[in-house]
Design a protein around this ligand. Sequence first.
Ligand code: HEC
Length: 207
Amino acid sequence: MKQLFVLGLASLLVACGGKEEPKVTDSTSNTPPAATAPMDKAALSEQAKNAIKTYGGSLKAELQTAMQSGGPINAISACQLKAPEIAKTVSDGEKLQVSRVSLRNRNPVTGVPNEWQTQVLNDFEARKVKGEALESLVYSELVENAGKQEFRFMKAIPTEAMCLTCHGSEVSPAVMTRLKELYPQDKATGFKEGDLRGAFVVVKNLP
Ligand code: HEC
């Protein structure tokens, strides 16, 4: 698992090395150079997708290992401890911020979406209803924030069968008790396989 993670990070670094971001220097023009903007966005999206792949892959591996070695109660603690740790490692390595949010969140601090993230999550739900596959739902935007460019990226997280032990509608009493101890305001149960569980978020501040 560790090896995979390191490999993932290495390929991230390779993927992002040597590319200079073209700067918009003409402050008198209202329209950014059309030729460079989409290319930047594509490269940034690629970087965001890679960061999410590393983060998501490591999380899942941690979860599976913890479930196998000590069952779901043990895995709850592993998830609580490891999720922020892995997020920080990937974020620092990539100079961006990666996280997970949900409209029905478990972690009352890190899991809560802000305004634009809430809009995107609602949009993902609407696109799902219209028949789009959850696996392919992404959002990306370059915005101006306090005079600086900010790249925003989100990717939908589908609920899989293995998630139901801790996020489903028939969570065992023992798991429920542990979850209530750690997360008294938990909103993240009652999901079915194929539901939108939430989304990965990547935010990158551009120089
Ligand atoms: C062993 C129990 C367990 C399993 C299985 C599990 N989770 Fe979680 N999940 C948790 C815990 C605990 C947290 C809170 C972590 C934290 O405090 O950061 C969480 C948080 C999350 C969050 C962050 C947003 C929020 O609600 O706070 C997402 C998204 C998520 N889980 C998705 C999944 C998906 C998708 C799966 C299946 C692939 C899954 N989980 C399987 C226990 C579990």
